[in-house]
Design a protein around this ligand. Structure first.
Ligand code: CMX
Length: 445
């Protein structure tokens, strides 16, 4: 067993024992109630999942194992001479429940570099698809194609005991995360750089190597990539990508099948695809108004027009958050710190001045503030990564860190197959008619 895996397993034992004892002692304790609007309303606010890696607070934003994004930008180890945390660090934190040292982060980085060999047939699968295929479709297909390498699936076929499931899952997770940047960069170069590919450089950290393979070998893009891959890494368990991966994983589908399912969810425009939609929406606005830098008044009119057409304003709103997303703020801070004036970034910042009061004035929208996707495309465009159809793939490379760290924990704790109940409207009407319970007034968040 490699040292990192051994340390993880030894450290995790006390936590696993604690989780199991807690479950046993408190199995009948009630922690909440739900109402009819939640059943119809996408189960918002119903806590029905365990996710150890991170927790989302509606007012404060995400905490990874208890740490906020500003705290992590301060505390996580950076590359030598670098200014943003290395994403290997946030993975270590989520997996180990412990802040890593620089050496710990290097250990993860070297471990992934050793595992980053993508089988040839994965590239053949990508090459077989037409060039107009969406990058997220290719990404999901490539992840599924890598499933031929699953250690878990092999072990299960050979009759592995339940208590050992975590072990080949750990192998799959580490191999998959190690290989994602190579596959993602291959997709980019195939679609947008005439199929001219760049070999990985095993001396580089995970994020820098991704930037290198994409063809952006500058310090600036590597710095952005480290921040980008850190802040998108996890958002507790109920979001569509994490939840899809968790659900599929609960049937003992391996890490590849589970993560591909998550990526199919991330590819939806109400979730991860919103980063592409934001730039598309901005481009349509510029075209419609026939100007690169519309005034705040023009932006306001365009926002109202978009709403009147029955469309959403991409990058705004959230199912849980009720304030500006700290991931948006981190990117705004990055732009202010490292980038001078940029017309698209300036536009994104002015949209931030204009949109919240308009959305806030429409009673039904619970959160008028920007989410992570409102900003990320503008930063990428600043460095010349203009292919906005590709942006969600980058989100997908990052999201693996949290979702797959959680999959190892799910196996270690032995979480069961997920199977929530459903009900017909007829039966629900009968239940409500005969219910003696007092109405639950407000959905918990
Ligand atoms: N623009 C216009 N209308 C919006 C809106 C927005 N940005 N956000 C919410 N609304 C609307 C909803 O569509 C809903 O309308 P109906 O009642 O007519 O169906 C109403 O306001 C209430 O929605 P809500 O409870 O405030 O929000 P939900 O939890 O239902 O949806 C989200 C959350 C993110 C899907 C929604 O805010 C949205 O569509 N935003 C735009 C897309 C986006 O940026 N998604 C990325 C989210 C972050 C991520 O996962 O990456």
């Amino acid at each position: 067993m490699d040292k990192l895996k051994e340390r993880f397993y030894q450290n995790a034992q006390a936590m696993v024992a604690d989780i199991k004892a807690f479950q046993k002692e408190n199995a009948d304790k009630k922690v909440g109630e739900y109402n009819v609007s939640q059943i119809y309303g996408g189960m918002h606010g119903i806590i029905g999942l365990i996710t150890e890696t991170s927790k989302l607070d509606p007012e404060e934003g995400i905490r990874f194992r208890g740490y906020t994004i500003p705290e992590l930008r301060e505390k996580l180890p950076r590359a030598q001479g670098g200014f943003e945390p290395l994403p290997e660090g946030i993975f270590y934190l989520m997996l180990m429940n412990d802040l890593p040292t620089f050496d710990d982060v290097m250990e993860v980085s070297n471990n992934w570099a050793r595992r980053a060999i993508v089988p040839k047939h994965v590239f053949t699968v990508i090459d077989a698809m037409p060039l107009h295929t969406h990058p997220m479709t290719l990404f999901s297909m490539a992840i599924e194609a890598m499933q031929t390498e699953s250690e878990f699936t092999k072990a299960y076929r050979n009759g592995i005991a339940k208590k050992d499931y975590w072990d080949p899952t750990y192998e799959d997770v580490m191999n998959l995360i190690a290989r994602l940047p190579r596959v993602a960069a291959y997709i980019y170069r195939r679609l947008y750089r005439e199929d001219k590919h760049i070999e990985p450089d095993p001396k580089l950290d995970w994020a820098a190597n991704y930037a290198h393979m994409l063809g952006y070998d500058t310090l600036e893009v590597k710095r952005l990539m480290r921040l980008y891959l850190t802040i998108h890494a996890d958002h507790e368990g109920g979001n569509v990508s994490a939840h899809s991966a968790h659900l599929v994983g609960s049937a003992l589908s391996d890490a590849y099948l589970s993560y591909a399912a998550g990526m199919n969810g991330l590819a939806g425009p109400l979730h991860g695809l919103a980063n592409q939609e934001v730039i598309l929406w901005i481009k349509h606005m510029q075209k419609d108004l026939d100007c690169e830098s519309p005034t705040n008044e023009q932006i306001s009119q365009y926002v109202k027009k978009t709403m009147a057409e029955g469309k959403v304003i991409p990058g705004y709103g959230h199912a849980v958050l009720r304030k500006t997303d700290p991931r948006f703020t981190a990117q705004m801070d990055f732009a202010k710190k490292y980038i001078g004036f940029d017309p698209v970034i300036d536009l994104v910042h002015r949209i931030y001045e204009v949109v919240p009061p308009i959305l806030g004035s429409i009673g039904k929208i619970k959160n008028p503030w920007p989410n992570v996707d409102a900003h990320s495309g503008a930063l990428l465009m600043h460095y010349g990564i203009n292919e906005y159809d590709y942006y969600t793939v980058m989100f997908g490379v990052s999201r693996a860190l949290g979702v797959l760290a959680q999959l190892i924990w799910s196996r270690l704790v032995g979480l069961p197959i997920e199977r929530p109940g459903s009900i017909t409207t007829d039966l629900l009407k009968k239940k409500v008619a005969t219910s003696t319970q007092k109405p639950v007034e407000k959905a918990a968040t």
